[in-house]
Structures are given as C-alpha cells and as structure tokens.
Design a protein around this ligand. Structure first.
Ligand code: GAL
Length: 364
C-alpha cells in the first residue's frame, strides 16, 4: 500500500532530521487507537518480552493493544491479523512466522488503509508494508563469526591475528529459510569466515556450506540437534569438531545437547548464538556455549512504539536510519536499525546485568 502521506518520505525525513519530533507527538489521553500486534511464538523468551514490552509502551501512550502469538503456525497468524483488522485496528505491528506468507492479510489491511510496521523480521513479497524496525542483522552475523574465530584463537578480541594456527573443523548452521533475517545473519558470518575457509585455517568437513543446506526450519533446536547428530555420526567418527556457527540460542542448546550425546564435554567446541536467552547465558557462564549476541528488545519495542505513534498521527517516523538495505522483493522498506552487542563470559556481567536486562539472581 502506498500511503500518499508517506510518499514524500525523503522530504519528510529531511524535515524530521532538521526539526526533531513534532511537539504533537505527546500522547493525548483518550485518543488511543487499537493496535494489532502479532508475534511468532511463545516458545522463545525473546518474543514474550517483545510482545509485553510493545504492549506496555503503547498502552502508556494511551493506546489499546491486541497482542497475539501464532505458535509458529502460518494459518493461525493469518487469522489473527484478519481478526485484528475486523476488530478495527488502526495499525498492525507484525513479527512474522513466514515473512512471505502474509500477502493476503496485508492486502486486506491496505484496502482498509491500515498501515503496517514489520517488527524484527521483514515482511516480503508485498507492497503493503510501510516501515521496518529491527537490528543491524548483517552485523549480527559478523559478530557471531568474529566470536567463533576469537574462541578458536584465530583472532584476538582487538581483531589482530590470534595465537592459534589451525586448521580447525567447524560446522555451519543457519536459521529458518522463510525468515529474511536468516540469510542476513549467514551472509554476515560468511563475509568473515570465507577468507579462513579459503586459506584452509577453517574446514567444514561435512561439506555443507551453502545456505540452503544448513538452514533450520522455524529455528527449532531439536531439528538442529538432529542435524548435528547426523553430522557427528557421519563425519566426525575419527575427528573432532572444534567450532559451530549457530545463529540463535535455541539452536545452540540443541547443538550442545547433540555434542554431549556424542561424548563431548567437559570441554566443548566453540558454539555461538543469539538473543542472550537465559538458558544460554547460564550455559556461557558454565563454560559450555561460548557466546551470544545481545539485542536489547526493550529498545526495539520502545522505538517501535514511538514509530507507531508517529504513523498513527500520519507522520513519517523520525527514527528511520536505513532506506536502502531492506528490499522485500517488491519495494525497499524504510527501516530503523538498532545495534547488537557480542557477549561472552568476559563481558556478560557488564552488558546484561549492569544494564538491568538480567539480575545476578536470575543467572545463578
Ligand atoms: C530471528 C530473530 C532472532 C531470533 C530468531 C529465532 O528472526 O531476529 O533474534 O529470535 O528469529 O526466534
């Protein structure tokens, strides 16, 4: 849907950059709109916090929120969005299960002139997505690969060459192929790993190096664990795997279970992750998972609520900071990107506890 009000985006952005948010952005009691928020699943802690944080932030601005979780089922999410439209939602915020599967409800939203913000995951194949709020997804992958290299000793934390020579055996895992983020993470990681694969310091003994060969449907930890078990059984009967590129903490825990079942431990291969989920942070402290990528979802929720406020007032969100990178196949979606932070045993306390994301007690 091309809203006339967003058509002159560049001009509006310039105006926003010069003038900052307009004074009228303050919430007015009683002018609250119904906002439909759909999240993929409650199986992962992060989406629970994302949903709760967006709800709280929008409610504190005087809006009403219909928050739904689709439990990773596409038809459920389609129905939830259609119901929100029927209930009179004035704006939709969507973290999709399958980014390309929502074109029909997005058409319905466009016909009802309801704007749409894609949350964390890009909505693909539709003109009817107005804005996107997420993290620097390519950088997430870069950080994952850099921490894999650091853990193996091929790179020092200051980016200088590390003490180890290699060669090291690694295996690669990617996220769900129907989530636009999965390729961003993988491509970011491969941009760092490729020179080491080319010069033989890193070796993928399974030979599974293409994105399509290493994806994990719905980011499911058990699926990843099964693939790791198969690889251990076929490729590592006489050799050891030294590192595993994992794109997400739920997958990392599945991989670590497979490694334990395969006889690894108490020393484990270097396993990366993402989301700083509680179980994984504890695993990092216990010396099992090596690292994760922290994305402060409180900040993403806050930024999204403030973007929503602007959109509901027919304004272009002033936060937008990326107008080029998120082509959804039909249009380039104007985006707001936040910075991720790489976390391992050396900095988890500073990054996660001192920021108030977790308490010491939670991590015990
Ligand atoms: C991605 C998201 C990651 C992780 C993953 C699995 O879309 O960007 O942070 O949560 O889904 O839920």
């Amino acid at each position: 849907m091309v809203f006339p009000r967003f058509a002159v985006l560049a001009v509006a952005l310039l105006a926003a950059a010069c003038g900052g948010p307009a004074a009228g952005d303050q919430p007015k009691p009683g002018d609250g709109a119904l906002v439909g928020v759909t999240m993929p699943t409650t199986k992962s802690e992060r989406w629970i916090s994302d949903g709760e944080n967006i709800k709280r932030d929008l409610e504190s601005r005087g809006h009403r929120v219909d928050l739904q979780y689709a439990e990773n089922d596409v038809p459920t999410q389609v129905k939830q969005i259609e119901d929100q439209i029927a209930k009179g939602a004035k704006l939709l915020i969507i973290a999709s299960v399958d980014g390309s599967a929502l074109t029909k409800p997005l058409d319905t939203a466009a016909n009802a002139r309801i704007p749409v913000i894609a949350y964390d995951r890009l909505l693909r194949g539709s003109p009817n997505v107005d804005f996107y709020a997420t993290f620097e997804n390519f950088r997430v992958g870069v950080y994952q690969a850099e921490s894999l290299l650091t853990g193996l000793g091929l790179r020092n934390p200051d980016a200088s060459p590390g003490p180890a020579e290699g060669p090291f055996n690694i295996e690669l895992f990617a996220g769900s192929a129907d989530d636009n983020n999965a390729a961003f993470f993988f491509n970011g990681a491969m941009s760092v790993l490729k020179p080491y694969l080319d010069n033989g310091k890193l070796v993928v003994r399974s030979g599974q190096t293409e994105f399509q060969a290493v994806t994990t449907l719905r980011w499911d930890g058990e699926t990843a664990g099964k693939r790791m078990e198969e690889i251990l059984g076929t490729t590592y009967r006489r050799a050891k795997v030294n590192g595993v590129l994992s794109p997400y903490d739920g997958i990392s825990l599945g991989i670590l279970t497979a490694l334990k079942n395969g006889g690894y431990g108490p020393e484990f291969p270097i396993v990366t992750g993402q989301d700083a989920e509680l179980g994984s942070v504890k695993s990092i402290i216990a010396g099992q998972q090596y690292s994760t990528i922290y994305k402060d979802t409180r900040e993403l929720a806050k930024a999204t609520a403030s973007m929503a406020e602007a959109v509901l007032k027919d304004r272009t969100p002033p936060q937008l900071n990326n107008l080029n990178d998120y082509d959804n196949g039909v249009k380039v979606v104007p985006a707001f990107l936040l910075n991720p932070v790489s976390v391992d045993k050396t900095n988890y306390h500073k990054v996660l506890v001192e920021s108030g994301y977790y308490t010491d007690d939670q991590l015990r």
